[in-house]
Every structure is written in structure tokens, then in C-alpha cells.
Design a binder for this molecule. Structure first.
Ligand SMILES: NC(=O)c1ccc[n+]([C@@H]2O[C@H](COP(=O)([O-])OP(=O)(O)OC[C@H]3O[C@@H](n4cnc5c(N)ncnc54)[C@H](O)[C@@H]3O)[C@@H](O)[C@H]2O)c1
Length: 510
């Protein structure tokens, strides 16, 4: 495979890369312009590995062998015998091009040059080299030993064998190798754009506050972190920078539009945990301060409820919730004269459904069927709703203790909007050949920690429903931001799984 690896740059990423490959049996040399950084990195790795010995995960012999495999390099010239060079230096095009030019004069013509860049074009970095065909992206995630994935990025001129050898090396070290061409954000940073930008859009339209959005996305689709706590963790300056960069690189495609809200908060220095605990949330001693779930005064329920859905499961669950609160679900096709009406739109806002169906606006609310009814319910009000009926609906549906959120009118609630945006972007990534369906879903789960991949999310809720949600949102806003990806639309139209690849050409090449 590779007999000796040189890593250049011994910061957070470089030291992690060294640890992963030394642990998997490779000889690794580490170089940095600051020799003390090499010392620090190697002693950091030694401490980590010793802790693994203490936990019984590594034997003392393995520790000694692994430590012997990671050695400092006093100069770039000392890397001459390496057949793979991985750079993890500062994120700057000129610096990376300059380093690769220097390395080309030192290493063998057959040596591979890999860059850990997260945002620069691999093709551009390679363009400064005499042999761009030996340059590839090798994009790890932080912390490298724990994040078991690396993007192997094929620049315009990268040789196929270079990609294959890097993939084999990564897999042998226990990392999933996600092959992807050199496109803005590669695979993972591209696929991760929808979650945060759609959440900011929802916040910007005053549909819900950021804590509601986080709570709803944690309890419904099961995201480990809401988008706003994720911004706080990553640093809003970093996240906003990535949003702006990818938006610009796709020439202003509205799918990727960043938010002025984020720009303003960055200007104000409200970056998240790192700015003295001030982000969307406040942090004291590293602990996030969350507002308590709002308590509502008890009201008596004197109305029956009517539900537009004919879905037996939804009807059963809603009837059970109402029954626990002593309220009744009407069975008739039309609501009685006094009933509180619950509608279950896909993609449309409540106002549109009320107008289309001629329902009584003062007593009609929408209920999101994408919620997990055992964890958190989401109701949507609209401008004509009488607050007394909102209070009765919250009381009746929440009487068994499941929290009920009420948000303002929005095409697609919160879960529908965010999940459909994530799934649609995933479908578009696959459509463009940036990843196979399987690679996309696995990479997103491993790198971003989503509970499902984008396509698996669509299939969990129903790809046809996701398509309906997108069409509904697109119809309400009349914006191309929500246009469904052809990948999604065609497979729904043909009744195929979203994993179904395009058919290869049947024409035999001569
Ligand atoms: N930190 C992350 O989460 C992350 C994730 C993925 C990719 N990356 C990318 O990995 C690279 C390194 O990131 P990091 O967070 O480890 O940075 P870092 O600042 O922690 O470390 C960079 C190291 O490179 C050294 N260095 C700078 N210029 C050099 C040169 N010309 N020659 C030799 N050494 C040089 C510095 O002295 C420093 O020790 C960047 O390209 C970054 O975009 C970072």
C-alpha cells in the first residue's frame, strides 16, 4: 500500500492523522515549521495512547510499537523516503501550493501528495504542481481517531489509482473512505448545508424561536443537536463562512442562501461557546442554559375536535391523545358547527388549506404528522385563529404530559421543512454524481452525526410525502429554493427506491 507516510502540520488534524496511521501499523514521520509543535503533538498522542493502555484497550507492547512508528522529522528533506505525504497545515491556498512545490523537489516521482483541506479546491492546490495527477484530497474530521470517515477527493487531474490507494489505506485504518469529486464543500460540508440554512430561514420568518426549533428537531427526527446549539458549538463565524463560501461557489443557487441573521450575530461577536459563552444560548461553566418549557394555564375543553386526515394511524393516535384529555374526535367527513378543526398539511401552510377547503379559520389549527406523537407535538396557528381555541387544543392534546409546541403559520412546519430540505439536497448531490446513494447516507451519519442519511430520511417519512412537502413549500413561497431534485421526483414518479441508480448506457464501447 504505502510503506512510509509523512504528515506535515502538527496541529489538531496532523497529530490525529499520525495517531490513526501509526496505530494501524504504518511508519509515520511528522514535520511542522515549529519543531515544538511536533514535540507537543507526539506527547499528546503518547498521553492518549497511554490512557488506552490504562483502559485495557491497548497492550503495553502495542503501545511501545505504536510509539516507535511515530517519529519527528527535523526538516522537509527528512521526508524524502515517504511515499505518501499528507499536509494538514494552515488553510491557505498559496501556503499549500508552496509546500507541495517544495515536496515535489524532495520526494520520489511516484509519491502521492494528499491535502487535508476542508474548503479549498483540490484541483487548484494541484495546479501548482508539476504532477497534479498525484495530488488528491484526504479530508479527515476532527477528532480524527474518533471520526471514522475521510473524504477522498478526486481533483480534475487526479489519477484513479491514487484515489484507490488512499481509499484502501483509510479502510485498512478503520476509516470509511467516501469517494467524491472536487466540488464546493466536497460531500459532507455540502450535504450539511440544508440543516442550518433552513433553520435560520425559519427563525428569520418568525415562525418559531430558536429554542423551539432545536427542541422540535431533537424530539421529532432525532437530531442529536438542534441547529442553533450546533452553531454555538462550531462557532457561528465558521458556519456562516462555510454557508457564504458554498453559496458563492454555486453562483448564488438559492438552495444555499445564507442568512443575514447569522451575518449580524457574527458582527456582534455572538459566535457561540467560544465567545465567552454567548451564542444563541448562554453558557455558564460550559453548561448550556435552556429556557424552561413554557407552562400554560389550565383551561377547560368544551369542544369536540375534527381531523382532516383519513390515515388510520394518525386518527388513532390523535383520538387517544384527545381521549386522555376527555375530548372527543368527530368521525363525520365535515366538522360540526362548533368543532375545533385540526388539519394535517404536507408542505402547505395552514392559511392555504383553510382557504382551499373553506374551513372555519377562527377554530382551525394545523398538526404536524411528521412529529413523534409520543415525544412532542407541533401545532401551527394562523392569523385568524381565536386564541381561546388554540388554548383548548393545547390543553386537550397535551393532557397526557407530552409537550405541545405552537408555531406560527409556515409552509411545511419545522420538521417537514428541515427534513425535506436535507433529503432534497442529498438527492441533488446524488443526481450530480458527487456521491453514490450509499456513500452519501453513510458519510452524513458518520461525519455529521445525523440519525439517518438524507435519502434514508426521505424514505422513513415517505419519499412521496417529501416530494409533496417540497412542492407545497415551493407553491406557497413561489421560490426555486425548494424545487424538488429530479432524482427524488423521478424515483417517486416511477415508484422506485431512492437508492436506485441511473441505468448505465447499454451501448457497448468498441
Ligand atoms: N480543525 C478542524 O476541525 C479541521 C477539520 C478538517 C480539516 N481541517 C483542515 O486541516 C488543516 C489543518 O487544520 P488544523 O485545525 O490542524 O490547524 P492547526 O492550526 O491546529 O495546525 C496547523 C499546523 O500547521 C503548521 N504549519 C503552518 N504552515 C506550515 C508550513 N508551511 N509547513 C509546515 N507546517 C506548517 C502550524 O505550525 C500548525 O502547527 C487545515 O487545512 C484545515 O482547514 C481542519
Amino acid at each position: 500500500m504505502f510503506s512510509r507516510i509523512g504528515v506535515i502540520g502538527s496541529g489538531a488534524m496532523g497529530r490525529g492523522i499520525v495517531q490513526v496511521f501509526a496505530t494501524s501499523g504504518c511508519e509515520v514521520l511528522l514535520y511542522d515549521v515549529r519543531p515544538e509543535a511536533v514535540e507537543q503533538a507526539l506527547s499528546f498522542n503518547k498521553d492518549l495512547l497511554e490512557r488506552q493502555v490504562a483502559k485495557g484497550k491497548l497492550s503495553p507492547e502495542q503501545l511501545a510499537q505504536t510509539l516507535a512508528r511515530m517519529q519527528p522529522a527535523a526538516s522537509l528533506e527528512a521526508l524524502a523516503g515517504c511515499d505518501l505525504l499528507i499536509e494538514a497545515i494552515v488553510e491557505n491556498l498559496e501556503a499549500k501550493q508552496g509546500l507541495f512545490r517544495q515536496l515535489e523537489a524532495i520526494v520520489a516521482p511516484s509519491a502521492v501528495l494528499a491535502t487535508n483541506t476542508s474548503s479549498l479546491s483540490v484541483t487548484q492546490i494541484a495546479s501548482g504542481c508539476q504532477h497534479p495527477e498525484r495530488v488528491a484530497g484526504f479530508h479527515f474530521f476532527n477528532p480524527v481517531p474518533l471520526m471514522k470517515i475521510v473524504e477522498v477527493v478526486r481533483g480534475e487531474r487526479t489519477q484513479v489509482q491514487v484515489v484507490e490507494r488512499l481509499c484502501a489505506l483509510a479502510e485498512a485504518a478503520g476509516h470509511f473512505a467516501a469517494q467524491t469529486p472536487d466540488t464546493p464543500g466536497f460531500l459532507v460540508n455540502h450535504a450539511g448545508r440544508a440543516y442550518g440554512t433552513e433553520a435560520l430561514r425559519i427563525l428569520g420568518e418568525n415562525i418559531a424561536d430558536f429554542e423551539q426549533i432545536d427542541r422540535i428537531l431533537r424530539d421529532g427526527p432525532g437530531f442529536r443537536m438542534g441547529p442553533f446549539e450546533l452553531f454555538d458549538l462550531t462557532g457561528l463565524d465558521i458556519s456562516h463562512g462555510v454557508m457564504e463560501s458554498i453559496y458563492a461557489q454555486f453562483y448564488g443557487d438559492p438552495r444555499y442562501t445564507p442568512s443575514y441573521l447569522a451575518a449580524q450575530r457574527v458582527a456582534a461577536g455572538l459566535l457561540g461557546r467560544k465567545s465567552d459563552g454567548q451564542g444563541f444560548y448562554r453558557y455558564v461553566d460550559g453548561q448550556q442554559l435552556r429556557s424552561p418549557q413554557p407552562q400554560r394555564a389550565h383551561v377547560s375543553v368544551d369542544r369536540s375536535f375534527w381531523l382532516d386526515s383519513q390515515d388510520a394511524q394518525v386518527r388513532g393516535e390523535v383520538a387517544a391523545l384527545l381521549g386522555a384529555g376527555g375530548a372527543m374526535l368527530e368521525e363525520a367527513a365535515q366538522p360540526s358547527a362548533n368543532a375545533i378543526c385540526l388539519i394535517t398539511p404536507l408542505g402547505e401552510d395552514a392559511s392555504s388549506v383553510i382557504a382551499r377547503q373553506g374551513l372555519p379559520a377562527e377554530r382551525t389549527l394545523a398538526l404536524d404528522t411528521f412529529c413523534d406523537f409520543s415525544k412532542r407535538l407541533v401545532l401551527m396557528r394562523q392569523p385568524a385563529l381565536d386564541p381561546a381555541f388554540e388554548a383548548q387544543a393545547v390543553q386537550a392534546l397535551g393532557s397526557n404530559g407530552v409537550p405541545v409546541e405552537v408555531i406560527n403559520d409556515s409552509p411545511g412546519f419545522i420538521i417537514q421543512r428541515v427534513v425535506a430540505s436535507v433529503a432534497n439536497l442529498g438527492a441533488e448531490i446524488v443526481q450530480r454524481g458527487i456521491a453514490t446513494p450509499a456513500t452519501l447516507d453513510r458519510a452524513v451519519m458518520l461525519a455529521l452525526g445525523y440519525p439517518r442519511g438524507p435519502l434514508a430520511f426521505a424514505e422513513f417519512y415517505g419519499a412521496d410525502k417529501i416530494l409533496a412537502v417540497l412542492r407545497g413549500i415551493q407553491g406557497c413561497y413561489e421560490e426555486p429554493r425548494y424545487r424538488p431534485s429530479p432524482w427524488l421526483r423521478r424515483r417517486v414518479q416511477l415508484g422506485l427506491s431512492l437508492q436506485t441508480p441511473d441505468q448505465p448506457s447499454a451501448v457497448q464501447e468498441q
